[in-house]
Design a protein around this ligand. Structure first.
Ligand SMILES: Cc1cc2nc3c(=O)[nH]c(=O)nc-3n(C[C@H](O)[C@H](O)[C@H](O)COP(=O)(O)O)c2cc1C
Length: 167
């Protein structure tokens, strides 16, 4: 498999920790981590396999650094690439906007045809999520507040899926 560039935004470090666990789950596979507050579009261009991760803030908002970084990718050419998304949220405190940051990140992508790594939404409890598309999440969903015991298995299963879907 070709190297993977994983780009994340994280306010209190929870998304960053999940990013590190995803890297570990890929084992010997090369996964380079980038915090979007410290990187630019030239780093995106280096990879054919990409992962983007964000937490959720307020109704429909991505993590702050993604709000700034997303402008850079509006004209970015994703052709020939595969992109997987993951999002963190809190289904108990924010059941009406659960992982909306992930949903907004997906909505703002200039090319959705390159997205892989859909994730079943049945094991979560919420009223509404922008990340829910036809009964599936547009990427892996992690809730470290309410289901931390499920995170490890979810990450492993999702990475196994990406090993088949990436190039
Ligand atoms: C002010 C505030 C607003 C939040 N809004 C949402 C939200 O709308 N939906 C959601 O699922 N989680 C929401 N969260 C939960 C965060 O997304 C969650 O704590 C996440 O794990 C933080 O990750 P980070 O430290 O990587 O930024 C909110 C948290 C705070 C403190």
């Amino acid at each position: 498999m070709k190297p993977i560039g994983l780009f994340y935004g994280s306010t209190y470090g929870m998304t960053e920790k999940v990013a590190e666990k995803i890297k570990q789950a890929f084992d010997k596979q090369q996964v380079d981590l980038y915090n979007v507050k410290d990187t630019g579009v030239k780093d995106l261009a280096k990879y054919d396999n990409l992962i983007f991760g964000t937490s959720a803030w307020g109704i429909g908002e991505m993590q702050d650094d993604w709000e700034r970084f997303i402008i850079n990718i509006e004209g970015f050419d994703f052709s020939g690439k595969k992109l997987a998304l993951f999002g963190l949220g809190d289904q108990k405190e924010y059941p009406e906007s659960f992982v909306d940051g992930l949903g907004t990140l997906y909505c703002r992508l200039p090319d959705k045809s390159v997205v892989v790594g859909e994730w079943p939404s049945k094991d979560y409890s919420y009223y509404f999520s922008l990340a829910d598309k036809d009964g599936k999440f547009v990427g892996l969903v992690i809730d470290e507040h309410n289901q931390p015991e499920k995170s490890g298995t979810r990450i492993k299963q999702w990475v196994a899926q990406l090993k088949k879907e990436f190039m």
